[in-house]
Design a protein. Structure first.
Length: 77
């Protein structure tokens, strides 16, 4: 079994991953009328090897590029 990504397949290792998140429920009376789940997908991607390690040189370069791109987009009309 492999996790398919847009760039490359990632082989299953059988290792566990930690996922932090929050589940939000909205009730109307005694019934759930809305459910929303939010999870830290960045940490999951790091554990799967799809993103560079936290505070690594590669991550810092990617953050700088993202900020530069955001600044350039903000200047464009």
């Amino acid at each position: 079994m492999a996790l398919r990504t847009r760039r490359r397949p990632t082989a299953a290792t059988g290792r566990r991953i930690d996922v932090e998140g929050v589940d939000m429920y909205v009730f109307r009376g005694d019934r759930v009328c809305r459910y929303q789940a939010s999870y830290d997908t960045g940490t999951v991607a790091r554990q799967l090897g799809l993103l560079p390690a936290h505070d690594s040189r590669t991550e810092r370069v990617l953050v700088l590029l993202q900020r530069l791109l955001t600044a350039v987009r903000a200047v464009r009309p």
